[in-house]
Design a protein around this ligand. Structure first.
Ligand code: SF4
Length: 257
C-alpha cells in the first residue's frame, strides 16, 4: 500500500530539519548506505573482521524468522522499540528518507540518543551472537545482496505479538486512533503554514499521548523502556526537532523536554 502523500513528505523534507530525519533508521545506517551503494565496498574482504561497525550504527529490524527470540525470551520487551506508521526513517539500502507505511519493531540502542545496538558488549562483540537476528546473520558488508533481498520481507508488527481480541489490542487501537503519527504530521504541516490553526488539536493529541502512557505505566507497572515497545516514542519527542518551525509560541506546545 502506498502510504503518505508524497507532497506531505516532500514538504516536511524541504524544511531541511536533518535531525528529524536522522532520528531513526530502518536497517543500519550511513555505513550501509556506503556499503550498499558500493562506494565503500571492501571487495577484498571475505569474512567478518569483528570491527563492530555495523552494530554501532543501529540494531536490526525484526522479522518472522526472529519470533522465536521473543518466545524464548532472548529478546525482552525492554530491548525492543516500536517505530510507528508514519514515522520518518532513513532507508539505507536506497539511501533515502521515507515515512514508514507499516510499523516495525527493532532492537533498540543501548543508550538513548545513540545508535549502538543494545547487544554489542564492551569487547565489541555481540552478546547474543549465536542467537542474533536474521538481518545480522545476513549482513556481509563485502557482499550485501542477501540483506538487500531480505530486509523488507516479513517484518513483524505488534499484531504478531499480542493476543487477538485482548485488552492490549484494544489499547493499541485506541492509542493509534487518538495519537496517529500521520495525523499529527498533517496537523503540524498546516500549523507551520498557518500559525495557530491547529495548536489546540495538536496539544490535545500530545496531552492524550502523555496521559495515556502515564496511566498505562501506573496501572500495569510498565517502565519507560517497555512503553517504547508497546506504543513507540512519545509524540512530543517525535515533534520536538521540528518545533523550530512553529512560528507561534513553540513553548506552548506540549513537547518532550
Ligand atoms: S544483535 Fe548482535 S550482531 Fe546484531 S546488531 Fe546487535 S550486537 Fe550486532
Amino acid at each position: 500500500m502506498v502510504f503518505l502523500l508524497n507532497t506531505d513528505f516532500n514538504y516536511l523534507q524541504s524544511l531541511n530539519c536533518i535531525s528529524f530525519w536522522r532520528l531513526t533508521f530502518v536497517t543500519m545506517n550511513e555505513y550501509f548506505t556506503a556499503v550498499f551503494s558500493k562506494k565503500n565496498l571492501n571487495e577484498t574482504r571475505t569474512s567478518c573482521i569483528k570491527c563492530g561497525e555495523c552494530c554501532r550504527r543501529n540494531g536490526p529490524a525484526l522479522h518472522r524468522d526472529d519470533l522465536y527470540l521473543i518466545s524464548e525470551k532472548i529478546l525482552d520487551r525492554n530491548r525492543m522499540i516500536l517505530l510507528r506508521r508514519g514515522e520518518p526513517v532513513m532507508d539505507n539500502v536506497f539511501n533515502r528518507p521515507q515515512l514508514l507505511n507499516e510499523e516495525l519493531i527493532k532492537i533498540r540502542a543501548r543508550k538513548s540518543g545513540t545508535w549502538t545496538c543494545f547487544f554489542l558488549d564492551q569487547s565489541n562483540l555481540c552478546s547474543i551472537h549465536n542467537k542474533r537476528p536474521r538481518e545480522c546473520r545476513l549482513l556481509e558488508c563485502w557482499n550485501p545482496e542477501q540483506l538487500i533481498n531480505y530486509y523488507q520481507t516479513d517484518r513483524i508488527t505488534r499484531q504478531d505479538l499480542i493476543v487477538s481480541g485482548s485488552a492490549m489490542e484494544e489499547l493499541i487501537t485506541v492509542h493509534e486512533q487518538r495519537c496517529s503519527v500521520l495525523e499529527i504530521a498533517r496537523l503540524l504541516k498546516e500549523e507551520i503554514e498557518d500559525p495557530g490553526k491547529n495548536a489546540g488539536k495538536m496539544n490535545a493529541m500530545l496531552a492524550f499521548d502523555r496521559s495515556f502512557r502515564e496511566e498505562f505505566a501506573k496501572k500495569t507497572g510498565t517502565d519507560e523502556s517497555e512503553l517504547l515497545y508497546y506504543f513507540g516514542r512519545p509524540l512530543g519527542e517525535l515533534l520536538r526537532p521540528l518545533s523550530v518551525f512553529l512560528k507561534k509560541n513553540p513553548q506552548d506546545f506540549l513537547l518532550a523536554d
